[in-house]
Design a binder for this molecule. Structure first.
Ligand SMILES: [Zn+2]
Length: 169
């Protein structure tokens, strides 16, 4: 695979804003908890563009992140009516550890090849930019692999721009 054929990602600034707002909301509650959003968008050749942030309903009776089948059905519907695909999932960890836990691997709702999973440290209190402060993972074959900071810096581009927000909380 030549360098220019590697998957790359364009993320509008407003998608980052929506994502940070949702993640911080979960992390700043009296009993802080991990937050989670999906990123929907489109793929054209090697480039995926984020266009939609979806905040699913999280199962309240669970310490980590668990999303009901019902809420995920609404997520699929939200993508489908806009003719978008799921490009990434983003969730927080309480501390600075941004690798994928066993639960993260096991409970990721849609494990499709190429899916990106971003782990944001410290309940997103300090934000998610630059993206290298996060753990950025990609699902390939049957497991998530963490991408190098070099890859993230080079192939994930934040651009001034707008995005849609779908709040299912
Ligand atoms: Zn996790």
């Amino acid at each position: 695979m030549s360098l220019k054929n590697l998957p790359q990602f364009v993320i509008p600034s407003q998608a980052v804003d929506y994502t940070e707002a949702v993640l911080r909301d979960y992390g700043s509650r009296r009993f802080p908890r991990e937050g989670f959003v999906y990123w929907g968008g489109s793929r054209n050749g090697d480039t995926s563009t984020i266009q939609l942030v979806i905040a699913p309903h999280l199962d309240p009776g669970f310490a980590g992140v668990r999303i009901s089948a019902m809420s995920n059905a609404s997520v699929v519907e939200a993508l489908s009516i806009r003719s978008m695909i799921e490009v990434a999932q983003v969730h927080t960890h309480p501390n600075g550890w941004v690798d994928h836990s066993c639960g993260d691997d096991r409970l990721a709702p849609f494990r499709i090849s190429g899916l990106i999973s971003i782990v944001v440290p410290h309940f997103c209190k300090r934000g998610m930019l630059p993206l290298q402060v996060c753990g950025v993972h990609r699902f390939t074959q049957d497991s998530f692999e963490r991408l190098s900071n070099y890859y993230v810096r080079r192939y994930f581009r934040i651009r001034e721009g707008s995005a849609f927000f779908c709040d299912l909380r």
